[in-house]
Write a protein that binds this ligand. Structure first.
Ligand code: NAD
Length: 736
């Protein structure tokens, strides 16, 4: 038989090598077709007496990334369709569909012939669940083998047997840790956990897998053997008695119960380990079906899996413009941001000229990369040679002539219009006529800066977030005159440095900072109302924010907040800033010199390590305190999420953000907006615009007009619309 996605070669010993190599794709993924073919291959291997066993491997650099977008999207649309056409049986049919991988994998492990997975590269999600169903697993000894069950990160969980096989191979604690965090394992760690049997040199992978078969690998999984015992003891053992109460508590501490997918993992393992394997798989399938019906799973998959990939692949890139090849990038300003921008550019293999006012300052900027390289080499993240090659790509300079052959120049000089104007002039005097100029300004509108440019259509904003090495998001800002060529170049650059872009129109604070400051200002309001500071921080985390607003403000720097508030007053008038906010911040900065983490004193105190930071006790004396019992934590949680989501809705109404995918992905990657919601607009769509408007009205009545729903929201509520319906990101491609 021939297959589209697999080839099979049986050798003289009767060992079948099943190579997964999907045509026209760089990565193998599980699709309905792949699954159907795998099903047929299992039958073929099982029924052909000449075949003694099989090795499954990949013909690509990676083993597989797991389930395909289309398959996951298909499950949601299938269920929606069933609810419309056959509501009484919709959940039952979803249950059948949710078990489709499990059925094939279980058939593979019980087919009577031994199977070995030869893991040659990254092996994620459903693909690792396939490997777990094999009787043997061999991994290549290379850093490119990354093993994970990351489903929880997109709101679901390993529902193709993962929650049952992992804790039957390794101790329960490690199994729970692996699945509830979605952590990536090296082959060494996977072997130590008992998830991989052997690690061999990459060129010996297939040979070793076959050797395992020849050595008489049993075609029976440990859990199908009589007398099988769960590693480390089962649920009803002293070890289990210690583990389970703590496991629930830890998960609660980490997630505040916001992630149904993570909670389901605990339930699957706890219940499954007490049951025979096939029944345990059914339990998993039931929870999987339940999770697929949650708003959290739907929204997280849409934003964190589908939209993120689409944006990363250039969903907003204008068509018909040749892809930019970057022979050289210029970075002007080798300070905090510029030094890091140079690093990520060089790390992506692109030569950079890093300019500052004098060569010493430029070299200081390069020293940042030297430190990062040293650390990475020390940690074995890359080799000495790779590190040296990276550094060789960064040329410090004080001479603008060195930018003459740069296709893109990014400025990260002081946040000062006059300094930036001078830099724009100096750069434009030397770069090629078709080169693009980008500003990393965080507060100055791009259209205003572009007025000093001699070619505003080639002028754009590329707004990075700190720390640049870690933050996956960049905001690309279009000035009034920015042309498609500049946008395409900026997006090509962001793709080259492997970050996710959102494209927004020009406005004060752009998208991310507009939302972030709403979050921080809500905390100011709570402080002023006398909400105990610890409650403010905890309520924000309970709402799903990764960092409390006061802690975040300390990181951003309180004097920067002061500068921004003052700039608003100067540019937009006194009414643009709440005088009580200004008074609070002036007191912190001017009277008390509490600037945040950078000077060791902010809303928190930062004692010398290893002591941990703690909320500054005196903060409680600023305003008469409400007793904690009088404060409704649920209201605090709503206030944080609603104030941010409302700001996001305003940016859509103003035409700043035009694609709901960007508002959602930008909010999660930019400032960690409660990821279980799927982002700011999914939060609104998820509860329904009507319910959101009602919530806003309640909050406005109790806490002020800043919560008033906008005209657009009211109109959408009246019409029963959603953001993804009204601002359908796929409308154009569907029409084409
Ligand atoms: P920084 O003060 O650390 O660095 C600025 C650098 O620019 C300094 O090394 C300085 O010597 C250099 N410089 C000043 N004038 C110059 C000139 N005429 N020619 C060449 N170099 C010159 O500042 P930063 O925090 O890196 O911020 C830089 C820009 O990035 C600002 O526009 C800021 O708003 C923006 N930004 C900062 C952050 C952040 O978190 N710090 C985040 C996003 C964007």
């Amino acid at each position: 038989m021939t297959y589209t996605n697999f080839s099979i070669e049986t050798d003289a010993d009767g060992l079948a090598l099943v190579t997964w190599d999907m045509p026209g794709r760089s990565m193998n993924v599980i699709t309905q077709e792949v699954l159907a073919e795998l099903d047929a291959i299992v039958d073929q291997v099982a029924s052909d007496a000449a075949v003694k066993g099989a090795v499954v491997t990949s013909g690509k650099a990676a083993f597989s990334g797991g389930a395909d977008l289309s398959m996951i999207k298909g499950m949601f649309s299938f269920y929606e369709e069933q609810k419309r056409t056959d509501p009484d049986h919709a959940a039952e049919k979803l249950f059948e569909l949710a078990g489709s991988l499990t059925r094939v994998f279980r058939k593979l492990e019980t087919c009577g012939k031994p199977w070995v997975a030869a893991i040659n590269g990254t092996c994620m999600g459903g693909a690792f669940e396939l490997a777990l169903a094999c009787h043997g697993r061999v991994a290549a000894n290379t850093a490119s083998v990354k093993i994970a069950l990351p489903e929880v990160k997109v709101g679901i969980f390993p529902g193709a047997g993962g929650t049952q096989r992992v804790p039957r191979l390794t101790n329960t604690q490690d199994a729970l840790q692996m699945m509830t965090t979605g952590q990536t394992l090296t082959p060494q760690r996977a072997r130590a956990m008992g998830l991989v049997h052997e690690i061999v040199d990459p060129d010996r992978l297939i040979e070793a897998a076959k050797a395992m078969l020849k050595a008489g690998l049993k075609p029976v999984q440990p859990w199908d053997e009589r007398g099988f015992k769960v590693p480390g003891g089962g649920v009803w053992t002293p070890a289990g008695g210690q583990l389970w109460p703590a496991a629930s508590a830890i998960l609660r501490r980490e997630t505040y119960g916001n992630f149904p997918g993570a909670t389901a993992i605990l339930k699957c393992v706890y219940e499954g380990l007490q049951l025979p394997f096939d029944t345990a798989l059914k339990v998993e399938q039931r929870y999987f079906t339940e999770i697929l019906q949650t708003t959290e799973a739907f929204s997280m998959i849409r934003s964190l899996f589908i939209s993120m990939q689409e944006l990363g692949k250039g969903a907003r890139r204008p068509a018909g413009i040749a892809k930019s090849r970057f022979a050289k990038i210029g970075v002007v300003g080798a300070g905090f941001m510029g030094a890091s921008i140079a690093y990520v550019t060089a790390a992506a293999g692109i030569p950079v000229t890093l300019i500052d006012r004098d060569i010493a300052a430029a070299e200081k900027g390069k020293a940042h990369s030297e430190k990062l390289v040293k650390d990475s080499v020390g940690k074995g993240r890359f080799s000495q040679e790779e590190g040296e090659a990276l550094l060789a790509r960064i040329t410090p300079s004080a001479d603008y002539q060195d930018l003459a052959d740069a296709g893109l120049v990014i400025e990260a000089v002081f946040e000062d219009r006059a300094v930036k104007t001078a830099v724009i002039k100096a750069v434009e005097a030397v770069i090629a006529p078709d080169a693009i100029f980008a500003s990393n300004t965080s507060t100055l509108p791009i259209s205003g800066l572009a007025e000093t440019s001699i070619r505003p259509e080639q002028f754009i904003g590329i707004h990075f977030f700190s720390p640049v090495e870690k933050m996956m998001l960049t905001e690309v800002i279009l000035g009034e005159k920015t042309g498609d060529g500049a946008l395409a170049t900026a997006l090509d650059f962001v793709a080259a440095i492997r970050k996710t872009p959102i494209v927004v129109n020009d406005t004060r604070g752009f998208y991310v900072n507009r939302c972030v400051f709403r979050y921080i200002h809500e905390a100011y309001d709570m402080l002023i109302e006398g909400v105990p500071p610890a409650m403010i921080e905890n309520a924000a985390k309970m709402a799903g924010m990764p960092v409390g607003p006061l802690s975040l403000n300390d990181e951003v720097a309180i004097d920067l907040s002061q500068k921004i508030l003052k700039a608003s007053i100067a540019d937009l008038g006194a009414a643009s800033v709440d005088p009580e906010h200004m008074a609070l911040i002036d007191r912190m900065v001017d009277d008390l010199d509490r600037r945040g983490r950078k000077n060791g004193h902010g809303f928190y105190e930062y004692p010398a390590k290893p002591a941990k930071k703690y909320l500054w006790p005196e903060l409680k004396t600023f305003y008469p305190q409400q007793p904690a019992e009088a404060v409704d934590v649920e209201v605090l949680k709503s206030r944080f999420l609603v104030t941010i989501a409302l700001e996001a809705a305003r940016t859509v109404e103003e035409g700043i953000v035009t694609d709901p995918r960007e508002a959602d992905v930008g909010s999660i990657l930019g400032f960690g907006f409660a990821p279980y919601t799927g982002g700011t607009l999914s939060y609104i769509d998820g509860m329904g615009v009507k319910a959101f408007v009602a919530l806003c009205e309640r909050l406005a009545a109790d806490h002020g007009d800043r919560f008033r729903p906008t005209a657009l929201l009211e109109e959408m509520a009246a019409k029963g619309e959603t953001f993804y319906g009204r601002f359908d990101p796929y409308a154009k491609s569907r029409a084409a």
